[in-house]
Every structure is written in C-alpha cells, then in structure tokens.
Design a protein around this ligand. Structure first.
Ligand code: G6P
Length: 488
C-alpha cells in the first residue's frame, strides 16, 4: 500500500464503462458486477479511501429513475460510489462507435485504412468528454486524485481545467500510442495532443508508446524539455510541467494461479483433453477485433498444415472469439471472414476423427476459460498490434504444470516483458508463424519449463497491484529516482 492508498485523499476513477453493466434480463432491469483485473485492483483502494467510479452504465435505454435505483444498489454491493454518465443514442453512435472506435481505435493500432474520419465524430467526442467533466465536477472536491482511463476520454482533463478544477489528474492509455507518421493522419491531431498535456501524470503501457508520444509532442512544442530517465520522467512544455511514465498493466496472478487448480477447472480441463486424444492443442482467445490478427492466424495454421503434414491428427487449434462491437460494419465483416476461413480450412483438411479448427463464438464462463488455459499446450496470441494483451499473461498464470508454450506477437505490448520466455513472431509473416507452431509442438519439456519459469516471474512480479500502486505513487512521489524502468 502506498501513501496515497492510505491517505485521506479520495480516488476518483473515470472510465467509459462503469464496473457494472446495467441490462435487461427477462424484461427486468438488473446490474451485473464487472469482474476483470482493473476492477479487482481498484476496488480495495476505492473502498479504503471512500472513492468514486464514474462511467457509462452500458445502456442508453433504462429510464433515469430505474438507473439510479440500480446504481444505488450496485454502490451498496461494491462498497464505493458509482456515478453514471448518460449517453443517448446519438452519443453512442458518434462518440462511442464513431470517434472512439472508428477513429482512435484503428489509428492507434496502426490500421489507418480502417478509419472513418467523419467530422461529426469529433464534435461528439468533445461533447461527451465535456459531459464526463461535468459529472466529475459535481462529484469531486479539492484533494481528490482523478484517474481517467483510456482513449474514449483523452480530452476530459482539458475540459476539467477549463472548468477550473483544483484536484490533481492522471490519465492512463490502455491501448498503444502510434508512431508519429501514423498519428499525423488524424485531422484533430494538434488539439488532441494539447488536451493530453493538461494532465499532471500521463501513463503508457510501454517505453515504445511513451517514445511515440514524445515525438508527436515535439512537433507542436519544439521547446519541449525532458528531465529524468527512469520509469517516470518529467516534461516541460511552455509553462506546463507534467510527469510521463510507463506502467505495463498486469493481472491478478494469484487469482488465476489459484483458480486454475479449482476442482471444477481440473475436471473440465481433463474432459477437454479426453475429447482430443493424442493432440497438442493450440489456443487463441480474443475479443472480436480486427487488431487481434485472427484471420492471419488461421492462414498461418493453414500454412503449417500444408507444410508439415505430420501435424495432421496431432494438433488442433481452439479459437475462442468473444462477441464485441458488432454494430460496427468492420467488426461484422471480420466475423463473416473468420467464419468463411474456418469453414474453408476445415473443409480442406478434416479427416475422420480430426477437425483442425474448433471455433467458439461466445463468452466463456470463468471455469471454462481457466479449463481451456489449463488444457491447451500452446497459446497462439498473434495480434497485429495490442496495448498489452492480458490473455498472454493469464495463460501463463493458469498453467500449473509449466509444460506450455507461449507464441506471442512482437507487436503486443506484453512482448517487451515476455520476450525472454515466449516465442516471438511477426503476425504478418504466416510462414514464420507456421514454423514457430511446428517448433512449439516439438519443443521438449526442459525448454518448456525453463521458458515458463521466466514468463511467470514477470507476470507474478509486475501484477495488477504493482500497476495500481506504481501509478498512484508516481502521481505524488517527491523523488522520481525511485522509479527504475520496469525490467524488459
Ligand atoms: C479494450 C479497451 C477498453 C474497452 C475494451 C472492450 O480493451 O482498451 O477500454 O473497454 O476494449 O471494448 P468495449 O468497446 O466493449 O468497451
């Protein structure tokens, strides 16, 4: 626990989504508490300090009275206060689907050809960011620390400054920050950078993201000066001074390690294995998203089956895709393309008793997810670009036997920390990925164990609690020399 965790300063967490989802089940409005690493790491801090979480409850349809009743109940349940920001249908379309997910999401993942730079999206972004700022202003007092999360809310800090906020503000970007040449495509590149410079602390996932950001800032601020060289540095732009750090996000390692040993998980993992006798099972688990490289992965698997016929009957790829953002045309097109490819590859190779790709399109229960992590020998995690990729870390934590292999894209933020234990690949190079699949399959137990030990050390040491703690310490520390760059 750090000084800030223990002090009387309240923490105000702000993210696009609240840590509960409000939805209708059998015609009745209800709330479902969020799980996820971020919620479990922040909840104790919020409870200790009496904090607040501000965000969108995930629906635009519930009437205000029902919504506030549900959030009062959710507040009692979680032990800290939940405050909603309302988004109407137009906000959902132009701010959430539009600016957040059709502009920033593809651009920051280096996929500018997927961008739709509709001018009305920028207006909606500013309008909704202002609305978040209004709700924050109504719910904060001097001395609070306001921690804003992710690409939906980059301009909230600027809106707060315009309203004369007295509290300190930090921002963490969960997704990558793109290189200069890509960032420059954004029609609103300069106002957005200026908005980011209004925070007191800015956090990125990796050193590369921070470097990219600083290169962009230099463009609008040739007078930029940088001091310090550790995990957190100080920059001065004009008369503003702020801290900029790298904070690779982690998971609740112990929770995954413990969970993977639960009886129900062990039983389910055994059943999965018995259904696939004599196979080495490869696993992919992703939200439906074109950044995850799922089609490239299928092509790489096809390439492996073509070039290494000894893999037939000996290996199966289980690909889990969790539905997401399906109202956006690119996501829907991706779903159709994935399903076409699975059909084509299975049609090409299936033989009696062996189907090469098992494709699952739904959310898994926690027990199922852990059982898949346990049952599969090789994780195939090949995003074209990813802020961090927590599936890679979860897989390592949930493999008690240390007999598994992690194949990981070099473009996942996690690659910086996990490069010594994982087999790194360029996801665009299907031949290289195919050869790496073959290499993983024949890798002996000694090398597997040695690699998994290295992976686990990082995942355990730099867990989600380290992440929260180091961000909050960076916000208040007098001396930044105690922030060595996280090991890579
Ligand atoms: C990424 C983003 C999160 C986002 C999540 C799910 O991990 O960094 O901010 O919440 O995707 O996406 P959704 O659009 O459903 O919130």
């Amino acid at each position: 626990m750090n000084d800030m965790t223990q002090s009387g300063d309240r923490l105000v967490v702000v993210s696009n989504r609240l840590p509960v989802v409000v939805k209708q089940v059998d015609g009745q409005w209800t709330f479902i508490p969020g799980s996820g690493g971020l919620v479990s790491a922040l909840a104790p801090v919020l409870r200790n300090r009496g904090g607040i979480w501000i965000g969108w409850p995930g629906t635009s349809d519930a009437d205000p009275a029902t919504l506030s009743g549900l959030l009062r109940e959710a507040t009692r349940h979680s032990g800290y206060s939940l405050k909603p920001v309302a988004l109407d249908q137009r906000d959902k379309e132009d701010f959430y689907y539009g600016f957040a997910n059709e502009v920033i999401w593809p651009l920051f993942h280096d996929l500018q050809s997927h961008c739709n730079f509709a001018p009305r999206y920028w207006d909606a972004y500013n309008r909704v960011n202002r609305r978040f700022a209004d709700v924050i202003m109504q719910n904060t007092r001097p001395g609070d620390f306001i921690w804003i999360h992710d690409y939906h809310l980059m301009s909230v800090g600027q809106e707060l400054r315009a309203q004369g906020i007295a509290a300190r503000m930090g921002f963490f970007l969960h997704i990558p920050f793109p290189p200069l040449d890509i960032y420059m495509k954004l029609p609103w590149r300069f106002p957005l950078l200026r908005a980011l410079l209004e925070y007191d602390l800015l956090g990125f996932q990796t050193l590369r993201d921070r470097r990219n950001f600083l290169q962009c800032v230099r463009l609008i601020a040739p007078d930029l000066s940088v001091s310090g060289k550790g995990q957190v540095i100080t920059i001065r732009v004009g008369n503003r001074e702020l801290r900029v750090g790298t904070f690779p996000i982690g998971i609740d390692y112990q929770e995954f390690a413990r969970g993977s040993k639960a009886e129900a998980v062990v039983r389910k993992a055994r059943e999965l294995h018995e259904d696939l006798p004599g196979r080495q099972v490869l696993l992919g688990v992703d939200r439906l998203d074109y950044t995850k490289g799922i089609c490239h992965r299928f092509e790489a698997f096809r390439n492996a089956l073509q070039r290494f016929p000894e893999l037939h009957h000996r290996t199966t790829l289980i690909q889990v895709v969790v539905p997401s953002r399906e109202d956006i045309p690119k996501y829907n097109a991706l779903k159709m393309e994935m399903e076409r490819l699975v059909g084509e590859i299975n049609g090409q190779f299936t033989q009696s008793g062996w189907v090469p790709i098992h494709y699952i399109f739904r959310s898994l229960s926690r027990t199922e997810l852990l059982a898949y992590y346990r049952a599969c020998e090789i994780a195939l995690i090949t995003p074209l670009k990813d802020g961090m990729n927590l599936v890679a870390k979860e897989f390592c934590a949930a493999t008690p036997e240390n007999n598994s292999v992690l194949i990981l894209s070099e473009f996942a933020g996690a690659a910086a920390q996990l490069q010594k234990g994982a087999l790194l690949v360029n996801p665009y190079n299907v031949e290289e990925v195919a050869e790496t699949i073959q290499r993983a399959i024949i890798m002996g137990p000694g090398e597997r164990r040695a690699r998994m030990h290295k992976l686990k050390r990082f995942v355990r040491e730099y867990d989600i609690f380290w992440w929260v703690d180091s961000f909050l310490r960076a916000a208040i520390a007098k001396d930044l020399s105690n922030f060595p760059v996280p090991e890579e």
